[in-house]
Design a protein. Structure first.
Length: 152
């Protein structure tokens, strides 16, 4: 079965060791050694479709967080301070960070928003949603996430 947003098996993009400071000032360090399913949501406070997806990702974070699924939102707002980003994402429980307070390489910043990347426990990029492509839905996330959790 082909899952919308699923990448071909030929893609072997690894999750980089992600470091960030959240809008609340907490450090985040994600790496492949944690063997977590990692969901990175690139968004902006001015992006309406991005903000529509936030509750879906929050539901996934709450539902699967205890099963080693880590969701992080990275805001691409150039001029927004931590407070503005925190206010825009106040309804979500997963951590939010400004792009400028992460180690995301410029070449890894999406050209179109929203974009959500899902990495398996092995650190490989498994799905990409948005960025002008497939739209994110809760039903699709509920089909994609459990098999990735089950991988050992």
């Amino acid at each position: 079965m082909k899952i919308p947003g699923q990448l071909s098996t030929e893609i072997n993009t690894q999750v980089m060791p992600l470091t960030a400071t959240t809008v609340t000032g907490q450090p985040i360090r994600l790496n492949q050694a944690q063997r977590a399913v990692v969901v990175i949501h690139f968004w902006a406070t001015w992006c309406v479709p991005c903000r529509v997806e936030m509750p879906m990702l929050d539901a996934i974070s709450r539902k699967y967080g205890k099963q080693n699924v880590q969701v992080i939102g990275i805001a691409l707002d150039a001029g927004a301070n931590r407070q503005k980003i925190a206010a825009a994402g106040a309804s979500v429980s997963f951590p939010l960070a400004r792009l400028s307070e992460t180690n995301v390489r410029p070449r890894d910043v999406p050209a179109a928003l929203p974009e959500t990347l899902i990495y398996g426990r092995d650190g490989r990029l498994r799905c990409r949603f948005g960025g002008g492509g497939t739209t994110l839905t809760v039903a699709t996330l509920d089909r994609v996430i459990p098999p990735l959790i089950a991988e050992r």
